[in-house]
Write a protein that binds this ligand. Structure first.
Ligand code: HPA
Length: 282
């Protein structure tokens, strides 16, 4: 079912692209988190496909997450942008993003650029920061790959070494520096939600080696690594995690803070793709 829906979505997207953007071959897919959808507005030669037309794609029930796939060029690089993603806490299974990720693989993408809002586990990572994700800790109850393996996409057992691709991550850090942003880097802890964490849970995450916490990223990264897509990921820090400050946590606050940082985020991502488009120096 999942496999079929990825093939079906890829076929449909290919047909739309052929008709509207001949010669367009996507190099990357961007998953745009809460409040970060405006990156898609920056694309040139844009074509928008609503998730309703793509059985593989998760129609979100969450405010701040539109349900559209936008194809176009960012700094000249052909990309597909997911405006809106599925989350484990929506209750439609931990594999909610798997078919969409596999669609990107079928369409010939080389990597996914995953973005998300996240809370900070350290005083030094202030709200408004942009953090390159260097690794993750999965505290969700499962992997999205639990169940029968679909060998058409990848092997039963697979490595998570270099899951967050070191070369792409260093390109991202360069883009941060070039845009005047301190290049923070950290380990993302995946929390199921929909409730935010307790202060005790946050203390545990600090002890086990986490730097930031959020309710997405990890299922799509695992699905991407299974099918051989590279990953680069960045988070916009919308708040200090529970127990680190007196500010009450809410989704409204997350959206508000993500929107404030969004312009910078869009600049950094555009810079990242501009670097990618450049032939390597020397
Ligand atoms: N916890 C979990 N998810 C989040 C947070 C947080 O503090 N901030 C933004 N997404």
């Amino acid at each position: 079912m999942e496999k079929n829906s990825a093939f079906q979505a890829a076929g449909y997207i290919q047909a739309v692209l052929r008709q509207n953007l001949p010669d367009f071959k996507p190099r990357a897919a961007c998953i745009l988190g809460s409040g970060l959808g405006r990156l898609a507005d920056k694309l040139t030669d844009k074509v928008t496909i609503p998730y309703q037309d793509l059985a593989a794609f998760p129609i979100s029930s969450v405010e701040g997450h539109a349900g559209e796939l936008v194809a176009g060029r960012l700094a000249g690089v052909p990309v597909l942008c997911m405006k809106g993603r599925g989350h484990f806490y929506e209750g439609r299974g931990i594999g909610i993003m798997t078919a969409a990720i596999r669609t990107f693989k079928l369409l010939g993408c080389d990597f996914v650029f995953v973005t998300a809002a996240a809370g900070s586990l350290h005083k030094e990572i202030a709200p408004g920061s942009l953090v390159a994700i260097s690794d993750h800790i999965n505290l969700l109850p499962q992997s999205p790959l639990v169940g029968a393996n679909d060998a058409a996409f990848g092997p039963r057992f697979f490595s998570m070494a270099n899951a967050y691709n070191a070369d792409l991550c260093s390109l991202l850090r360069q883009a941060l520096v070039k845009n005047g942003v301190e290049p923070a880097q950290g380990v993302y802890v995946a929390w199921s939600g929909p409730n935010f964490e307790t202060a005790a849970e946050i203390r545990m995450m600090q002890i086990i080696g986490g730097d930031i916490v959020g309710m997405s990223v990890v299922p799509e990264v695992i699905a991407a690594r299974h099918c051989g897509l590279k990953v680069v990921a960045a988070a916009v820090i919308t708040n200090y995690a529970e127990g680190l400050s007196d500010t009450a946590l809410s989704h409204e606050q997350t959206l508000h803070c993500a929107a404030q940082a969004a312009d910078k985020f869009v600049q950094v991502m555009t810079g990242f793709f501009a670097e990618l488009a450049e032939p390597p120096a020397g």
